[in-house]
Ligand binder design. Structure first.
Ligand SMILES: Cc1cc2nc3c(=O)[nH]c(=O)nc-3n(C[C@H](O)[C@H](O)[C@H](O)COP(=O)(O)OP(=O)(O)OC[C@H]3O[C@@H](n4cnc5c(N)ncnc54)[C@H](O)[C@@H]3O)c2cc1C
Length: 302
């Protein structure tokens, strides 16, 4: 069977793109390996009508609604390669299985490369957090920290006092300049310059930060930025252009979320600098409608 569109990644972005195409009656196939980026958190926050829902349950519900459309096919698994063909694209699923379609939506998300501090990775999404809008409210008024992980960390340190008393952990990094120190002081952020040895607590719960000099500071939640990278090499294989984002590479797209390769659309964390489920879903809607209109208007212009 030949599809109008193949969607690689079936989470917030991919399923949102798929829904627009499904409702336009187009034949689509969604391929998904079921590892949404926020799977480490027990609850997702801030998404319209779904605040507090478990990430995988939320996605399963969206998938179920999508699969009620008879023109939608779903493949569980991982797409390995995508190749341009004279009349569209082929997507190799491995084991000799190949899908063919006119256009592609890339929505395979990013992977977080976390700071290498013992005890940190296990607490990711539970008490080590990337975003105060997503998980700050649950720790409101508690002892909060920000890890100096990149240049932008100071921006996070200036924000977090809205959620609770904040310490900025320089972790052996350079002391900020006078102007920044003055801003941190105005926001009543405490500074801890020492190098961190490990995070203390249970597997998922943070109780404190232990320094190389042996001291321990009590803490309930630590915010940190991660470096991000593409979860799949497929965009690179296709020759799509990237830009440097704040956290990692970002796929360059136009206003309708088409990449620099005609017929290949991209949505979600891979195609924007600021990440959350709502933005990813909105991008997916844009990609789905843009792709659908290209299916109509490109042949008319030929
Ligand atoms: C710990 C944590 C907690 C978060 N909490 C929140 C929150 O509370 N609220 C909020 O709004 N945002 C939250 N976010 C951000 C949110 O998770 C992302 O912005 C969102 O998941 C991006 O959606 P996406 O569809 O672009 O990618 P993802 O949700 O990451 O989905 C990508 C999908 O593509 C699949 N995939 C990857 N490669 C392939 C392949 N080759 N073939 C087939 N499928 C593939 C994956 O398995 C996955 O299912 C959180 C992020 C983190 C890290």
């Amino acid at each position: 069977m030949r599809y109008d569109a193949i969607i690689i990644g079936g989470s917030y972005a991919g399923l949102s793109a798929a829904m627009q195409l499904a409702r336009a009656g187009r034949a689509i196939c969604v391929v998904d390996s079921n590892t949404p980026r926020n799977r480490f958190a027990a609850a997702s926050h801030g998404f319209f009508g779904q605040d507090g829902a478990a990430p995988r349950a939320m996605i399963a519900q969206a998938r179920e609604k999508l699969l009620a459309y008879p023109n939608v096919h779903f493949v569980g698994g991982s797409a390995q390669y995508a190749n341009p063909e004279p009349d569209g694209f082929s997507v190799d699923l491995g084991m000799g299985e190949t899908l063919r379609g006119s256009k592609l939506v890339l929505a395979f998300g990013v992977i977080d490369d976390l700071p290498e501090i013992p005890g940190l990775a296990q607490k990711w999404g539970k008490s080590v957090l990337h975003c105060p809008y997503c998980h700050g409210y649950e720790f409101k008024g508690q002892r909060l920290g920000v890890l100096n992980a990149m240049e932008k960390s100071v921006h996070q340190a200036l924000m977090i006092p809205d959620w609770g008393p904040t310490t900025f952990f320089l972790n052996g990094g350079a002391m900020p300049d006078e102007e920044t120190l003055e801003k941190l002081a105005r926001r009543e952020v405490s500074m801890e310059p020492a190098k961190i040895a490990a995070l203390e607590g249970t597997e998922t719960e943070l109780t404190g930060v232990r320094f190389e000099d042996g001291r321990v500071v009590a803490l309930d939640a630590l915010f940190t930025a991660s470096r991000t990278r593409m979860a799949s090499p497929i965009a690179e294989q296709l020759g799509c252009a990237f830009d440097d984002g704040m956290l990692g590479p970002v796929l360059r797209t136009d206003a309708m979320k088409m990449t620099t390769v005609p017929g290949v659309y991209a949505a979600g964390d891979i195609a924007r600098g600021m990440h959350n489920a709502t933005f990813a879903s909105a991008d997916g809607v844009m990609a789905g409608t843009g792709l659908h209109q290209a299916l109509i208007f490109e042949p008319l212009a030929a």
